[in-house]
Each structure stands twice: as structure tokens, then as C-alpha cells.
Design a protein around this ligand. Structure first.
Ligand code: GAP
Length: 464
């Protein structure tokens, strides 16, 4: 399970990443103390910062830097009919087989040469279709009709809110609704760390367009999303666009282009950009009569909502087509970690691990290190600088008073801190106070005045 990444002059294994994540507090196995839940992970102190930074970058590019997209945060619990009419109840399945020898369970389409991936036996059951949605009981009474689903994609919450957003914002087609949130899939074989998991987050945009303009918008969004990932630091050499074959397409899609990333376990999907046509809005409009069935267990439901838009002359209404860029946030985090993970041989023969993250994604923006932990003047100045930089609002600034300076540099290199600022005895020499700022990737150190520190950090932070 290894692969040589284009710019990292070493062989990167998934274990390198898993062990860094655990050691430094990025990602932990969920329920670790009880033996772990397979395919479920928790983000630690640094992981949550990285994940939030990636989310914020996505939200900024979608909602703040454009004027044709609104945001949404819909519920995780999905109305049962939503997922019936979306097609998920009937078709969101994977073929599952069991090994008759070792009892391992696996996805048939991922098996190589018809052999059990655990013991190598060919003695497998016929495939059975397995629905990936998690069911939960809704309300205090448990009966056959009282269940709901945990949403398997955030998209359906966008479709069911289409009219709410349209009416409350007076938007005109084309426009989009963006959402970041949890999705749940009871994957038969979760694997490859946070690549395929049972609880994950998606960053999804549903962009509503006039039928007939959909193919052009599809192409635009593919380009837009591909270049966004490059701006997050992913190397072009590790990215690939792949058009899905007709037989691979999801039940709702007319065409889908996947953005593949060269993960440590191989090139796999990071994001899919689908042309969902009018499938979802059309289906949710058409199937309102089923509400009467559901009303038996859930009274007071709205009914007869036609999810349509009007043409510019307000003559006709039509069901818009949808272009959907759908990215996995956890897969994004994994790609960013894999891309940034670098082992470097230093001139003195030692090795350092550096996480070469773009500053806007780094969990810690700068570390402030007092050279002498027992010198009151140095310690006070370092704490004061930490407080000043924290107020810039760039993210976490860490006051580092553990170990010597060399170890503090290494520790910060490993977690991707772009700058270390050292307060030392020279700080108080001369007319103005000065500090050393050390750059993570080049290890170059420069001496600057304390007063120019905030603007210097902001300047470097903004360099693309
Ligand atoms: N709304 C469209 C949709 O959900 P998808 O291709 O099934 O399409 C979109 O999922 C993205 O969600 C994928 O490209 C992937 O990044 C992420 N994703 C899907 N299943 C996942 C899983 N089990 N674990 C982690 N990420 C997953």
C-alpha cells in the first residue's frame, strides 16, 4: 500500500499519515477505549482546525466570493419520503458477498479475481443487494412506519428547501445552494483510514440552471472545482479528471466527472461533479400524493409543493436542472495531509518530517517560543506577542514553552505551522524590540521588529 507522490521525494504509506495523525492529535479512531468503531473517526485538536480551515476555504469560494450562491444547513434526520422519492430507498445499494470459509463480508464490485480478500478462498455466496442507509426510530412509539433515515448525502436537504430559499431570497435561475454537513453510509467495507467511512462530511453545491444550459454549466463547474483543489495545495500531477461511464452513473445522473486524487492507496475519487438533470426536483414535485401515507405517522405535513422556477418573462414555470459538485471533506483532509507530508534529509544527516500545508489550512498559524523559559522578560514578551497575533483572527497561535527551540521547530514542522517566532536575549538589545521569524519550508530565519510582526504574518499568510 504505497505510492511515490510526484513532489515528495520518498515513498509515502498510509501508515505514515495514520501515525502522524494519532501522534500529533489530528485524527483518532472513534471509541478507541472500547476497541474502536470500524469506519468512524474523531478529529482531535489539530484535525478539527485543519478540517474547519478547509471548510472555510470552500465556503468562502462558494458563498462569499460569488454572488449567485446561498448557504444552507439542513437537518441530518431526513424525512422518509424524501429518500424514497430521491431513489435512495430502492437503489442506494451495494452488492455484498460473504466468504463461506472465513465469514468475511465484502463488496462484490471491489473483489479481485473472485477471491475473498481476507483468506483468498473462492467459496463465496451469491451477491445480495445491501442498502447503505442508516435507519433510526423517530419519536417515542416504535412501529414499522416510525423510522427515519440519517441522510446519505446532504443534497436532499437542499432540494427539499429549494422553494424556501427561492422564495425568501428572490433568486433567479441560475443560482446555487451550498451546504456542508454530515452524511452517513453503512459501508460494507470501510477502509483506507478516513477515505471510506460510515460517518463523514460532504461539501455540496446544488447549482440550478435552465434546461439546455446544463452541459455548459457542468463543464464550468468541473474546471472551477479542479482549480480550487489546486489552490488548496494539491499538485496537478496527483489530480485527474475522469468521466464516468454510462454504467457507473448514479440513478439520478446524466453525466458525472470525478476528480481523482493519487491517495497513498491509489488514485480514487475526491469529488464528483454530476449533472443531476431535473431528476430530484421533478421527483419531489411529482410524488406529493404519497404524503397521505406518511401523514398517518407524521401529521401536519406541507403538501403539493411544486419545485419549479419561472422563466424570465414569468410566462412559464419549469423544473430547473441541477449541476452538483459534491466533495468529501474527510477525503479532502486526507489528500491535503498526503500532499503535504514530506520527509527531508538535513545537511547534518538527520531527518525531519514537514507538513507542507498552505498557511490558510495550517492548524496552527504561528508558534511563539521564548528562548529562556525562566527569564521573566522573555516569557512576558512571548506571551504578549501570542495575544497580539491571536487577535488578528487568522486562527490558532500557539505559545510554545515545552522543550528546547530545536525540538519546538521540529514539532511545529510536523504539524505544518508555517512560522515560528522566537523571543531571545537580543529582543531587548537596541532601540526597537526584535524577534526571529523562522519559515517552515525553507528553514530560513529573519530578524524583524516586534511592531512589524502582525503585518508580516498577514502578508505571508495571504501568499498563494
Ligand atoms: N450528492 C452526491 C453524492 O453524494 P457521491 O459520489 O456518492 O455523490 C460525494 O459522494 C463525495 O462524498 C465523494 O466524492 C466522496 O468524496 C465523499 N464520500 C462518499 N462516500 C464516502 C465515504 N463512505 N467516506 C468518505 N467520503 C465519502
Amino acid at each position: 500500500m504505497s505510492n511515490t507522490l510526484a513532489e515528495n521525494n520518498h515513498t509515502l504509506s498510509m501508515n505514515d499519515i495514520v501515525s502522524l495523525c494519532k501522534r500529533r492529535g489530528f485524527i483518532f479512531q472513534s471509541s478507541d477505549i472500547y476497541g474502536g468503531l470500524q469506519g468512524v473517526y474523531d478529529y482531535g485538536p489539530l484535525g478539527i482546525e485543519l478540517k474547519n480551515n478547509l471548510k472555510n476555504a470552500w465556503w468562502r469560494s462558494m458563498v462569499y466570493e460569488r454572488d449567485d450562491i446561498e448557504g444552507l444547513d439542513s437537518s441530518i434526520i431526513a424525512h422518509r419520503l424524501t429518500l424514497k422519492h430521491s431513489g435512495h430507498e430502492d437503489t442506494f445499494t451495494d452488492p455484498m458477498v460473504d466468504c463461506k470459509e472465513c465469514k468475511a463480508r465484502m463488496r462484490e464490485d471491489l473483489i479481485k479475481d473472485g477471491k475473498c480478500e481476507n483468506c483468498g478462498s473462492s467459496n463465496l455466496t451469491d451477491p445480495r443487494m445491501f442498502n447503505l442507509m442508516f435507519k433510526a426510530n423517530f419519536g417515542p412509539v416504535e412501529n414499522d412506519d416510525s423510522f427515519i433515515y440519517l441522510r446519505p448525502e446532504t443534497a436532499q436537504g437542499i432540494f427539499t428547501n429549494f422553494k424556501n430559499v427561492l422564495d425568501s431570497t428572490s433568486r433567479k435561475i441560475p443560482f446555487g445552494i451550498a451546504q456542508i454537513g454530515k452524511a452517513f453510509r453503512n459501508e460494507i467495507t470501510p477502509r483506507n483510514f478516513i477515505f471510506r467511512v460510515r460517518e463523514f462530511e460532504q461539501m455540496e453545491l446544488e447549482f440550478f440552471v435552465e434546461p439546455g444550459t446544463d452541459e455548459e454549466w457542468h463543464d464550468k463547474w468541473v474546471q472551477e472545482r479542479y482549480h480550487w483543489w489546486i489552490r488548496q495545495g494539491l499538485n496537478k500531477k496527483n489530480l485527474k479528471l475522469e468521466h464516468q461511464d454510462k454504467n457507473e452513473l448514479a440513478h439520478y445522473a446524466k453525466a458525472t466527472v470525478d476528480i481523482l486524487y493519487e491517495f497513498p492507496h491509489g488514485a480514487e475519487e475526491l469529488e464528483g461533479i454530476a449533472n443531476r438533470t431535473d431528476f430530484d426536483l421533478g421527483s419531489h414535485s411529482k410524488n406529493q400524493e404519497d404524503l397521505n401515507l406518511w401523514a398517518k405517522v407524521q401529521p401536519n405535513q406541507d403538501s403539493n409543493q411544486k419545485l419549479v422556477a419561472q422563466d424570465n418573462q414569468k410566462q412559464n414555470s419549469y423544473v430547473p436542472y441541477v449541476i452538483e459538485p459534491s466533495a468529501g471533506l474527510d477525503r479532502g483532509v486526507l489528500a491535503i495531509l498526503a500532499e503535504g507530508f514530506t520527509k527531508e534529509k538535513l545537511e547534518n544527516g538527520t531527518e525531519r518530517i514537514v507538513l507542507k500545508l498552505k498557511p490558510h489550512l495550517a492548524p496552527i498559524k504561528a508558534a511563539v517560543i521564548p528562548l529562556a523559559k525562566n527569564n521573566e522578560q522573555i516569557v512576558q514578551k512571548a506571551k504578549e506577542i501570542t495575544r497580539t497575533l491571536a487577535k488578528l483572527g487568522l486562527g490558532r497561535i500557539r505559545y510554545e514553552d515545552v522543550g528546547n527551540v530545536g525540538k519546538a521547530y521540529r514539532r511545529n514542522d510536523e504539524v505544518g505551522t508555517p512560522f515560528c517566532i522566537t523571543v531571545d536575549f537580543d529582543t531587548f538589545e537596541g532601540d526597537t524590540e526584535t524577534v526571529t521569524i523562522r519559515h517552515r519550508d525553507t528553514m530560513i530565519q529573519e530578524r524583524i521588529t516586534v511592531s512589524e510582526l502582525p503585518e508580516t504574518i498577514v502578508k505571508y499568510y495571504n501568499i498563494d
